[in-house]
Design a protein around this ligand. Structure first.
Ligand code: BG6
Ligand code: MG
Length: 211
């Protein structure tokens, strides 16, 4: 059996993935770049500047670092506004039960989100104290799909990567878990999360004994 479960946040525990989508879409369209759900899949799990660079690659303009930082800041201000009214009602179905089941089984619980807003979101949801360790995204040099963030979580929990189960909704996130040498449970569709060891539609279907 596993000794720890490491969860992603956005799109797994709460539907902030939709807020990121809305804020990036507004930003992309203001720069004349077409933006849809298919393109957004490439941004899930990718950090703020990485996402911006992927969007701006679709623009004929070239941007200075200063302009890029201003655009990233504008997107973040809209995102922060969108999450300001979140509460425990915004937990996705099955999220609390999954956290409780992992706790009851005596496993460690980690959170691995590249979002610099993760602590704010956890506080709004009222679940920060349910995690033994939450990665501070500001200390992570390499965004998903690099394994750094999941390896950092495992090391901080004192658990070997092969004893960890990672839970992710993003293609880049599943790739991060797999290159960290962990078991990857995908949340979403198997057609999208092809690298995952197992895919379930939502945490409502989370059964620790199945993996
Ligand atoms: C990830 C999301 O969790 O965090 C991405 O999947 C987002 O969509 C990234 O871009 C960075 O978030 P933030 O809050 O630091 O801009
Ligand atoms: Mg996610």
């Amino acid at each position: 059996g596993f000794k720890a479960v490491i969860f992603d946040l956005d799109g797994v525990i709460t539907d902030t993935a939709h807020y990121h989508y809305l804020a990036w879409k507004a930003l992309a369209e203001s720069e004349g770049v077409h933006f849809d759900h298919a393109f957004n899949e490439n941004l899930k799990g990718v950090d703020r500047m990485g996402s911006l660079n992927l969007i701006l690659a679709g623009s004929p303009k070239s941007y200075t670092m200063e302009e890029k930082l201003a655009l990233a800041d504008r997107k973040n201000r809209q995102y922060v506004e969108l999450i300001a009214t979140m509460s425990a009602a915004d937990l996705l179905p099955g999220a609390l039960d999954a956290l409780a089941a992992v706790r009851a089984a005596g496993l460690k619980i980690g959170l691995a989100s590249v979002s610099k807003n993760a602590f704010t979101v956890l506080d709004r949801l009222g679940i920060r104290d349910r995690f033994d360790y939450v990665v501070d995204a500001a200390l992570i040099a390499n965004s998903k799909p690099h394994p750094e963030i999941f390896l950092n979580a495992a090391a901080s929990l004192g658990v070997a990567p092969e004893d960890c189960l990672g839970v992710e909704d993003a293609v880049a996130g599943v790739a991060s878990i797999k290159s960290a040498g962990m078991y990857a449970l995908g949340i979403g569709s198997p057609e999208v999360l092809t690298q995952a060891d197992r895919v379930i539609p939502s945490l409502s279907e989370f059964r620790l004994e199945d993996y």
